[in-house]
Design a protein around this ligand. Structure first.
Ligand SMILES: [Zn+2]
Length: 341
């Protein structure tokens, strides 16, 4: 009798690996740099054939900016999050994508109709937390950092000890106003280091941004998506779009933007209205003439991170995005190749 139970036990666990596989990325808690680091190690240990990772740079406060590769293909797409400290739910989202794509790949399950076997032909790179120092300050407050920093951090936070609205890195530089695309002419920015909107003294001054620029140039992704919060919006185009809407690039780009809006149900914003430059997507489009989009997840919330209970609907809207982009990247490659032939 005892042996039958043992046998049943063995069969149950042998044939139901997805049941015993507990979820790794906890989407119900504040997602910290430490959780992220632990999770990516665990995920790569579980899926060594599919997931690899590396550090792009170490911040002055000892945190690594992780880049995680999912897939085997030569063409790449790049998704990144948390340029802005208070927008760390974008890190949770991207880590959940990694976990979901890896387990779906293993179990041969589709995600919203997108088959993860595309990862044999395309690789998705994730940089889920571009600003780990800022995120830590926003989540933990001053005492996560040495006391000699406290006076300047409080000053940059306009005298407040509450850091929930913090967007910048620890030097008070807004990382998404640091890219060399019309940077000189950026208007409406803070004139000195601040919790938000300070563009720095020169482009690429922040090591986080310099590292992401170098990494992007190294992998040359076909498409890039920059995740932010909030507003349930999707921005395409860039600051000097002007009258070039009719080029082949613009038409192909718009098709991707339209489909992304269709999947997420986010509002697609006209290119000319949103930005003057200085952001990642501005730089990417200008540098590579390839599509890049900014996605603002979650219902609009002023001066704060998104509430934890908003994650489930954000997940529903975004879970297929990585695989969708991978598919588009592959199609783009094939089309370009045929065109050259
Ligand atoms: Zn942002």
């Amino acid at each position: 009798m005892k042996n039958i139970w043992l046998l049943l036990f063995f069969f149950y666990f042998y044939f139901c690996p997805s049941i015993i596989q507990a979820e790794i990325v906890n989407t119900k808690e504040v997602y910290t740099y430490e959780s992220l680091t632990e999770d990516l190690r665990e995920l790569s240990r579980l899926h060594p054939d599919l997931i690899t990772y590396k550090s792009l740079v170490k911040t002055p406060y000892g945190k690594k900016i992780w880049a995680i590769k999912v897939g085997h293909g030569k063409p790449t797409v790049l998704l990144h999050g948390a340029h802005h400290a208070r927008e760390w739910m974008t890190s949770t989202l991207l880590m959940k994508m990694i976990e979901t794509y890896a387990s779906s790949y293993k179990d041969k399950r589709t995600v919203e109709g997108y088959h993860p076997n595309i990862l044999d032909e395309v690789s998705i790179w994730f940089v889920p937390m571009v600003n780990p120092d800022g995120v830590t300050l926003q989540q933990m407050g001053l005492f996560a950092f040495p006391s000699y920093l406290h006076p300047s951090l409080v000053e940059m936070n306009k005298g407040s000890l509450n850091f929930v609205r913090w967007k910048a890195n620890l030097d008070g530089i807004d990382l998404n106003r640091q890219y060399p695309a019309n940077w000189e002419n950026l208007r409406g920015v803070s004139s000195k280091p601040s919790y938000q909107f300070y563009k720095g003294t020169r482009p690429l001054e922040a090591i986080e941004v310099k590292a992401l620029v170098e990494f992007t140039s190294e992998i040359e992704p076909e498409i890039a998506v920059s995740y932010h919060s909030s507003g349930n919006m999707l921005f395409w185009g860039f600051y000097q779009w002007g009258l070039t809407h009719t080029t082949k690039f613009a038409i192909d780009y718009y098709k991707i933007a339209e489909k992304l809006a269709d999947i997420t149900k986010y509002k697609l914003e006209e290119p000319e209205s949103h930005q003057q430059g200085g952001g990642y997507t501005d730089w990417f489009i200008e540098e590579f003439e390839k599509p890049a989009l900014t996605v603002e997840i979650g219902s609009l919330i002023e001066n704060s991170s998104l509430p934890l209970d908003s994650f489930s609907s954000i997940w529903e809207s975004n879970k297929a995005i990585g695989l969708f982009l991978a598919k588009r990247a592959l199609e783009k490659r094939i089309n370009n190749h045929n065109h050259i032939m």
